[in-house]
Design a protein. Sequence first.
Length: 151
Amino acid sequence: METKYRDYFSFESIRDKNGETVCYHITMIGTIEEPVKVNEDRTIAFGKLTLHNLDRRIGTLLEATGSRPYFHDFTYLEGAVNVIRFAAHKHHLEAVEEFVEGDRVLLEGRAYIRESKYEEVRPELTVSISGTFLLGRKRIIYKQQNILPQE
């Protein structure tokens, strides 16, 4: 059974009067990787979004910023897989806090580059969330062993 992912990733550069890139605005649709973590004083939440088969689009932004995603892999069955971390502040914190692993979501915000503590590792591309939308919950299929299918 082949899984068809309908993930999405786009970015646009925001420029100043002189044409210099100020920041990148990112829109992405993907799957929440694991439960969102909120810090102790509830000022920021961190999460991870999985995006499938969008290597070329994501790669273009990574090349422009000299950065890397949190995780990247390529498998024969699933194709390219990129995991991008995101951070939510203030009123967006409550929205992302409701997300659970497997949820399909649309996230948008600004890219920022997190420096690595290791000099030989490229900095990581992260998204600071400015908008969220829950597209769908993870489907749970319940199986009971006493029930037989109808003929």
